[in-house]
Write a protein that binds this ligand. Structure first.
Ligand code: 5AD
Ligand code: SF4
Length: 467
């Protein structure tokens, strides 16, 4: 998935290392252990896992560098949700086959590590650490073993009930802080590797989440995004038993926090109290990412999505009935085994009915260990591509029309990008719409400004700073 922010890396590294410094316990001088390079593939959860891994490495005295050549430790945080993503890491590792990797520690993290396990050592013997995302809490110990001279270490358990909490996280975005509140997934969508690679669902204690949000606010973050594969299935393990909607409200109450985001929501656990929280508290962003995957109830059943088209539309109706308009985005898979042309058309008609603000769409990709692997992947690659193109054309049309209707409106924007072109800035509205806008101000990064929309395309808006 694409990176949401387009900001110069140097400025981020400067900002973030300062922040890492500030939370380093005790402020002790650290041994200089060398340098690390960390490349991340996949979703926001993976990006955030990498921020935590970088924090752990920095707290042990490693310094982050921008190229594998300059590093003594090289980590790839991998994604295996679709085959293409999984292949990337092997092509990266292949780059070391002929090169001298003299003494460098090379590690594979994330979902491919979990899935392939020790087979990675066979395929790429120059790898010395393989750790799946469900075992990240063991990473510091694994690093210590490597530093003590062990040649190979693995962390591949998925039956852990721990979440990956660290004292130090190297945050890559200076204004928006990501926070995992629930790890793993207990759903059993038949196409999905996540329950295998990330293990069972584990929710983080509400008091620990709120403590971290308070720290983040003190460090100057004004926007937090709560993360989880099914973030709204949150089940507070403490005696408080906070509901997800109560947690949203409690996070919004933290002094200094201006925006609370959350992703990804599962339709079956999307309850009216979440909409009520959004209506009640303007700091809770008016954006819900609610993956539908298909518009056909028959396909949804085959996917084991636990809701029908009609039940999904009831959730949409809840949001459309809210006193505050809510931006809705989704994920769709085309070409699931046995998806007929008519069933695909039901997905197209769902797009028309819901009028999403944006969507991520994918061709079905058979994955190891998943139940749908035994269903015949009967739809050809060409046909999947054809369906994907139809869907994307339809959505482009919808977005162009929806965005055009926003011309003349005013939005609050958190400024997160500065263009090379003079006086041009960019940022996101609360509903997560991207706006490029003009302003005569000299420094706006990290501030909240009012922007009037003056133009619209299918993927972004253009505007001017309104004073
Ligand atoms: N094939 C294609 N897309 C998939 N996704 C998950 N598994 C697969 C798969 N096997 C998509 C879903 C999910 C998003 C993160 O990735 O749409 O919501
Ligand atoms: Fe995968 Fe389904 Fe869990 Fe999402 S809800 S992570 S698609 S199993």
């Amino acid at each position: 998935m694409s990176k949401a922010f387009d900001i110069g890396l140097e400025s981020l590294a400067g900002e973030s290392s300062l922040r890492t410094e500030a939370v380093r316990p005790g402020g002790l001088a650290l041994p200089n252990r060398g340098t690390f390079f960390l490349e991340t593939f996949g979703c926001q959860m993976n990006d955030h896992d990498s921020e935590k891994v970088a924090g752990v490495l920095m707290s042990r005295g490693y310094q982050q560098v921008e190229s594998p050549e300059a590093a003594s430790v090289i980590f790839y945080n991998t994604c295996s949700i679709r085959e293409k993503a999984a292949q990337k890491v092997f092509s990266r590792l292949g780059e070391f086959r002929d090169k001298q990797h003299d003494g460098k520690i090379i590690g594979v993290l994330g979902c491919v590590a979990q899935q392939e396990g020790e087979a990675i050592f066979k395929r790429a013997p120059w790898v010395s650490l393989v750790c799946g995302s469900a075992s990240y809490s063991k990473l510091p110990g694994m690093l210590a073993q490597l530093e003590a001279g062990n040649q190979r270490v693995t962390g591949l358990d998925t039956d852990t009930d721990e979440t990956f909490e660290t004292e130090v996280t190297r945050r890559d975005n200076p204004w928006r802080a990501y926070l995992t509140i629930i790890e793993g997934c207990d759903k059993a969508c038949t196409y999905c590797v996540v329950p295998f690679t990330r293990g069972p669902e584990r929710s983080r204690a509400s008091d620990s989440i709120l403590r971290e949000v308070r720290q983040l606010a003190e460090l100057g973050y004004s926007e937090v995004q709560l993360l989880g594969q099914t973030v709204n299935s949150y089940a507070d393990p403490t005696a408080r038993r906070m509901r997800f909607s109560e947690l949203l409200l409690a996070v919004a109450e933290v002094r200094g926090i201006r925006r609370v985001r959350f992703t990804t929501s599962h339709p079956s656990d999307f309850t009216p109290d979440i909409v009520e929280a959004i209506e009640r508290e303007p700091k809770i962003c008016d954006h819900v990412h609610l993956p539908v995957q298909s518009g056909s109830t028959r396909v949804l059943r085959a996917m084991q999505r636990t809701y029908s088209r009609e039940e999904y539309l009831e959730k949409i109706a809840l949001m459309r009935g809210a006193s505050r308009p809510i931006g809705i985005t989704t994920d769709i898979i085309v070409g699931f085994p046995g998806e007929t042309e008519a069933e695909f058309e039901e997905t197209v008609s769902l797009l028309e009915e819901v009028q999403y603000d944006s969507l991520f769409s994918f061709k079905y990709s058979p994955r190891p260990n998943t139940p749908s692997l035994s269903m015949s992947d009967s739809i050809s690659e060409e046909e999947k591509s054809r369906r994907l193109a139809i869907l994307q054309d339809k959505q482009r049309e919808i977005q162009a029309a929806k965005n055009a209707r926003l011309v003349g409106e005013r939005f609050e924007v958190l400024v997160s990008g500065k263009s090379r072109r003079e006086n041009q800035w960019s940022g996101y509205t609360t509903a997560h719409r991207m706006i490029n806008f003009a302003s005569q101000e000299t420094e706006l990064l990290g501030t909240y400004v009012q922007v009037r929309v003056t133009g619209a395309g299918p993927n972004s808006l253009a505007g001017e700073h309104a004073v």
